[in-house]
Design a protein around this ligand. Structure first.
Ligand code: HMG
Ligand code: MG
Length: 312
């Protein structure tokens, strides 16, 4: 008789890094006020989220949606937010200085595993980007600021197609060696599938310990949850996701939002994996921002739970 394979050992706890206010709102055409962004962040905190990427210190000419970064930092101080980390994107020293002026405790630098995407997104080559992160890393160390590192296009590029896992590993290692405490691996255009995601993680984990890796999967092809499960099986225990599935990347044509936080939390709840997040309150936060954007949440779990509420 053929036996089913042993149950994989899944992590008991997963750290969710909420992307809605940054990756989500950076790609929404409709302007969203600073007040609404801060209200969203407070609702995410109320739902139990402890890591919320709040804004991006990037050029307002490139990404006007994040132009209120200084106001956001001021607003965060007024929120009821004990123990919550608010990482912010800082592509260069200018961005880092802005973040520091706003008392950021955690920032994120972002590189890509694709040359074309690097040029389109931050106007320089991969090697140049790594060079420009060095002064950021030094300044962060001096000021005891944590730095996260992103690698984009880990499972495909909108301009180059397939990207070699070896290239992803090379860029991830460079960021880790620079001092990034966590490397977030971005399937920017959501083309990955589970075995490809596992192969990529296995390659990267040769150079960066698995407990320092995060999965940042956009759900463009509806594969993100399957890919996440495949990566959980390998021991990844940090997941980036976006409330109500909002967002995308302005420099990745066709990219839609990150996997919805509600869908991830529903799956993790079912697997008995703890996140500290209250799914009902999270759904409410998703409805709040979706109402502002004039649509339903892009989350199957959220919409199913809302329908269930409606018939009660
Ligand atoms: P550049 O034009 O090459 O930079 O942009 P520059 O150094 O030549 O400066 C040009 C102008 O930008 C100057 O102003 C600078 O002061 C200003 P001017 O003299 O023309 O008035 N500038 C800045 N302003 C504000 N903040 C800064 C900053 N730096 C320079 N930090 C730069 C280079 C990186 C700034 C630009 O390309 C940029 O802002 N890119 C941002 C792109 C972006 O935000 N993309 C989305 C986020 S990444 C993402 O979504 C992927 C991720 O989610 C993972 C995944 O899904 O894969 C993380
Ligand atoms: Mg992203």
């Amino acid at each position: 008789m053929v036996m089913v394979s042993e149950k994989p050992i899944l992590p008991p706890h997963v750290k969710i890094v909420e992307m809605g206010p940054r990756d989500g709102l950076q790609n929404e055409k409709q302007p969203v006020s600073t007040e609404v962004k801060l209200e969203l962040i407070q609702r995410l905190i109320n739902a139990g989220e402890k890591n919320i990427e709040a804004t991006a210190f990037v050029s307002p000419k490139w990404v006007p949606q994040m132009a209120d970064h200084h106001e956001i930092m001021l607003g965060l101080k007024k929120l009821n937010s004990d123990d919550v980390m608010f990482p912010v994107l800082t592509p260069n020293l200018k961005g880092f200085e802005g973040a520091l002026a706003g008392d950021a405790k955690e920032v994120a630098v972002f590189a890509a595993a694709s040359e074309s995407f690097s040029q389109k997104n931050i106007n320089c080559s991969i090697a140049e980007s790594i060079e420009s992160f060095k002064p950021v890393m030094e300044a962060a160390k001096e000021n005891s600021v944590l730095v996260r590192g992103y690698v984009s296009c880990v499972l495909g590029c909108p301009f180059e197609g397939d990207i070699a896992a070896e290239k992803v590993a090379e860029v991830a290692k460079a960021l880790y060696d620079l001092g990034c405490y966590e490397i977030s691996l971005g399937d920017t255009i959501g083309t990955g599938t589970p075995s490809k995601a596992q192969a990529m993680i296995k390659e990267v984990a040769k150079y960066v310990p698995i407990n320092h890796l995060a999965c940042h999967f956009h759900d463009t092809y509806g594969q993100a949850l399957a890919n996440l499960y495949a990566c959980l099986e390998l021991g990844v225990s940090t997941i980036d996701s976006s409330v109500a599935g909002i967002g995308g990347c302005p420099y990745a044509p066709g990219a839609t939002g990150n996997v919805a936080t509600e869908d991830v939390v529903y799956m993790l709840n079912g697997l008995g994996i703890e996140t500290g997040i209250d799914l009902d309150k999270l759904v409410d936060a998703g409805v709040f921002i979706s109402d502002v954007l004039g649509r339903k949440p892009v989350s199957n779990a959220a919409n199913a739970l809302l329908s269930k509420r409606a018939v009660k």
